[in-house]
Every structure is written in structure tokens, then in C-alpha cells.
Ligand binder design. Structure first.
Ligand SMILES: CC(C)(COP(=O)(O)OP(=O)(O)OC[C@H]1O[C@@H](n2cnc3c(N)ncnc32)[C@H](O)[C@@H]1OP(=O)(O)O)[C@@H](O)C(=O)NCCC(=O)NCCS
Length: 187
């Protein structure tokens, strides 16, 4: 487990699949994601099998929120396209439980995962792509120190419109030099 202040990141289990199906079929959650078609339990099981057969560093992690003595799953996140020679990876996140949006969980989860990427996996660069139509996510990434590095013009088509895809990244040196408060302490 990777523990933060209010959340933890844990390995996914097959029993999480119904939650994943619920989240990935929610139109409001999908606004910020690549997925556009309805996703069945079978699709999710196939996706789970292929994800779990990848190297462990590319497995997604389940984001859980601590409520009393219970842990409530609220989303998932992970690294993909890891390049071990260049020591870089891409990161993705989904808080699937909309009730938990705008409560700081996404920021805390991103911060935990970035620290995991730099301190445990020894990455030098963590990158991501975000749609111009997702101001909440852009705000979180900017707050955590991600730098805008490009724009894929009309790189996505959603809801009858072409939208731009923003490319952002954070380098280890930038992460070490930041002065922000996210509630997650680093030694
Ligand atoms: C994007 C996402 C990860 C953010 O997580 P979250 O827990 O909702 O975010 P947080 O509560 O940590 O932070 C939200 C911040 O955005 C700000 N915000 C909210 N709506 C905003 C808007 N329309 N414009 C600008 N900022 C906005 C909040 O004020 C808050 O800022 P603060 O931390 O400075 O107070 C989450 O909403 C999510 O998973 N959405 C669906 C899937 C998705 O879009 N994933 C990202 C794909 S790139």
C-alpha cells in the first residue's frame, strides 16, 4: 500500500471490476477520458487481464479514501508507456465517484503517485495528456508543478467537436524544487 494523509493506493483486485465498470460508463467521468463507447463487464475483464499481464509498475492502483475504519474505493490511477532507459512514464487518473470531486482527493492521489514515480521507480520525467475542456484536471496538474509543453491541435473528437489535447510534464528536478502544500509530506 502507498499511504497518504486521507487516502491510500492499493493493488487492484478482480472484485473491483464492477466499480470500474460503473465509473467508466459514467458520461460525466468520461468527459475527461479517451473512452467513448459503453464498456461491458466482459470488456472490463479483458482489459483487467491485459493490464495485470503487464509489468507491475504499469498496473493501475485503486485510490481509497479512509472513512472511519473502512477504506472506500473512489477511483484509480496508474503509469503507462514506461521507458526505463529514458526513465520516463505517462500518468493517468480517474476519480470515478463524482461525490468525491473537488475535495482534494485527486490532488493528493496525484502527489502520492508522482512521489512513488520519482522516489521508488526512479523516473526522471512524468508526462500526461489532458483535454482543453477539462479545467479541473488542468488546474490540479498546474498546481502540482506540471509544465505545459505542447498542444495537439484538434487531437480529440468528443461530443461533436474537435478539441485540443494539452501535453504536460514534470521533471524530477522540478518536483524536488517545488514549494507547494498538498498535505502529503516528503522527507
Ligand atoms: C480531474 C480529477 C482527477 C481531479 O480530482 P479532484 O479530486 O476532483 O480534484 P481536487 O479536489 O484535488 O482539486 C480540484 C481543483 O480544481 C479546481 N477546480 C474545480 N473546477 C474547476 C474549473 N472549472 N476550473 C478551474 N479549476 C477548477 C478546484 O477549485 C480545486 O482547486 P484547489 O485545489 O486549488 O482548491 C477528477 O475530477 C477526475 O478524475 N475527473 C474525471 C476523470 C478525469 O477527467 N481524469 C483526468 C483525465 S486527464
Amino acid at each position: 500500500m502507498i499511504y497518504g494523509v486521507r487516502i491510500r493506493l492499493r493493488a487492484p483486485e478482480r472484485s473491483d471490476i464492477p466499480k470500474f465498470v460503473q465509473w467508466i460508463n459514467d458520461p460525466e467521468v468520461l468527459v475527461g477520458l479517451q473512452q467513448v463507447l459503453p464498456f461491458s463487464s466482459v470488456d472490463e475483464e479483458n482489459w483487467f487481464d491485459s493490464m495485470i499481464s503487464r509489468p507491475m509498475a504499469e498496473h493501475i492502483l485503486v485510490i481509497e479514501y479512509s472513512l472511519g475504519d473502512k477504506w472506500i474505493p473512489i477511483g484509480s490511477m496508474g503509469f503507462h508507456n514506461i521507458d526505463w532507459r529514458i526513465r520516463q512514464a505517462e500518468i493517468g487518473i480517474m476519480i470515478g465517484e463524482k461525490l468525491y470531486w473537488n475535495k482534494g482527493f485527486g490532488s493528493e492521489a496525484m502527489e502520492l503517485m508522482i512521489a512513488h514515480g520519482f522516489k521508488t521507480l526512479n523516473f526522471n520525467r512524468i508526462a500526461l495528456e489532458v483535454y482543453e475542456t477539462n479545467p479541473r484536471a488542468i488546474h490540479v496538474y498546474e498546481k502540482l508543478g506540471f509544465v505545459h509543453e505542447g498542444r495537439k491541435r484538434q487531437g480529440m473528437y468528443k461530443d461533436g467537436k474537435y478539441i485540443d489535447v494539452l501535453m504536460m510534464s514534470i521533471l524530477r528536478s522540478e518536483w524536488e524544487g517545488r514549494d507547494i502544500r498538498t498535505g502529503v509530506e516528503h522527507e
